[in-house]
Design a protein around this ligand. Structure first.
Ligand code: GUN
Ligand code: ZN
Length: 450
């Protein structure tokens, strides 16, 4: 029996098979960027990783360890969703339209409901439970135009101690009256929200003009002013998703040199700027994104659902103009909360362009790649000591079919692991998420699992 004393406090640890990334497998060979510990130990202290490595090597270093074991399960860093709308949770699967009509027919009426703070709170709570159920521990989130919708989201995320980034939408034209703010009110409301929530607990703020279609130049300038006044907040918007949208933006901003340039002229393109979609980007725009350190959220289920097109992932991750890329579910134009499903559809989008997305590269995008896109890789994204201990316990045998496909639960080589990870991506969804941990604490376990 062990007794915790002030000098020897009991540490908690997790034992299982671990996969994470120490570098970007798009640029560094997988043999050097993929880290697999078949029988590993993750030692936790105050919500952070204290130590990580092979069980047999590490275990003797610690006399007092309370170990939770996950035999036969694969533990990966928490998934990172780099683009999602919490108010659109209830409108997944809205039939028949492409972007601009989809927005006016379905999205705007739905977002109108988020004027009611109690309603926003209920949806935010459901939404965050759904993220955890899918193994998503960090997300970059659109609220609605109403500041109270952002308050509701932040309150719920704060209660759960989650590393979340969110912002109130700014939109002052081309939308119904009940959804519009003004350049001035959006500035003041966003500023008040930044002062209230940015860096409170694990929360961060994103200045969130919806897209160039629904903001006047005056409003985009106000967004730029906020970024100057608060240099470590994020900029989160949509970019070059759909052909009609790109044409409309060219008409609305006749003096711009393309869609990205509209944001650039307002000072909105830089590190911690995250642009969703980028399906219609030109080569010059990829180059500009690369040189500024901005990121694209690749949202494959949404891009197919709205018929927007095939994102050029291989170009975005080229050696010549490397762009930070994360995966986004883009709920409610996206069709699944699961980043496993999102990675699966990303694989197919790349296939349709006669290219490949390897299982490890896909898993990188869902974890450390997302952390790098959000410039959070100094505090999360893999199992390096000192990082925040948000992680997911996956089950490659979650369904009878997956168990039949994966008779061996623990991979004994990188090749076997790549195959197992690929099957998790192609066949997995929330059913393959056995448990989710937040800051070293169990935050979700699948019902019925052992
Ligand atoms: N462009 C502007 N607003 C939206 C939105 O809510 N969803 C998507 N997918 N694209 C947008
Ligand atoms: Zn979106």
């Amino acid at each position: 029996m062990t007794h915790a004393t002030p000098s020897s406090k009991t540490l908690r640890a997790i034992r299982g098979s671990f996969l994470d990334f120490t570098d970007d497998p798009f640029y560094v060979p997988e043999s050097e960027s993929v880290r697999y510990v078949a029988d590993g130990l993750l030692v936790l202290e105050d919500g952070k990783v204290k130590d990580f490595g092979d069980y047999n090597t590490l275990q003797p270093k610690y006399t007092d360890l309370e170990i939770t074991s996950y035999p036969g399960r694969l533990i990966v860093p928490g998934f990172i969703d780099t683009h999602i709308h919490f108010p659109q949770t209830e409108m997944i699967a809205a039939y028949g339209e492409q972007l601009l009509e989809w927005l006016s027919q379905y999205t705007f009426p739905t977002e109108g409901k988020f004027k009611d703070k109690d309603y926003a709170q209920k949806v935010a709570s459901f939404f965050l439970d759904e993220l955890l159920k899918n193994g998503t521990t960090t997300a970059l989130v659109f609220a609605a135009v109403f500041p109270q919708s952002a308050d509701a989201f932040f309150e719920e995320a704060y209660r759960r101690n989650l590393r979340m980034i969110a912002g109130k939408v700014m939109m002052d034209r081309n939308a119904p009256d009940f959804l519009m703010d003004t350049a001035d009110s959006s500035y003041h409301d966003s500023k008040a929200l930044i002062e209230k929530w940015h860096k409170k607990g694990r929360l961060l703020y994103a200045v969130t003009p919806r897209f160039a279609v629904t903001s006047t130049d005056a409003q985009l300038q106000m967004a730029g002013k906020l970024l100057q006044e608060f240099p470590d907040v994020y900029l989160h918007t949509h970019l070059s998703e759909n052909v009609d949208e790109v044409e409309l933006v060219a008409k609305l901003f006749p003096d711009s040199n393309g869609y990205l340039d509209v944001y650039d002229q307002a000072g909105l393109v830089g590190k911690r700027s995250v642009f969703a979609h980028g399906v219609q980007l030109t080569d010059a725009e990829f180059e500009r994104l690369s040189e500024t350190g901005a990121a694209i959220a690749f949202c494959p289920t949404s891009n197919l659902f709205l018929g927007s097109g095939l994102f050029k992932l291989t170009k975005a991750k080229s050696d010549q103009y490397p762009v930070h890329i994360g995966l986004g579910t883009d709920i409610g134009a996206g069709t699944s909360f699961s980043l496993l499903v999102t990675a699966h559809v990303a694989y197919k989008v790349v296939q349709l362009q006669r290219q490949r997305l390897s299982p490890f590269r896909a898993m990188f995008l869902a974890t450390l790649g997302g952390a790098r896109a959000l410039y959070l890789d100094d505090i999360l994204g893999n199992f390096e000591p000192g990082k925040e201990a948000d992680f997911v316990v996956l089950d490659a045998q979650a369904t009878p079919l997956m168990a039949f496909r994966n008779p061996r639960s623990v991979a004994t080589s990188l090749e076997e692991l790549a195959d197992q990870v690929f099957s998790l991506i192609v066949m997995g969804d929330d059913r393959a998420v056995h448990a989710t941990y937040i800051m070293g604490e169990l935050a979700y376990t699948k019902e019925g699992d052992r």
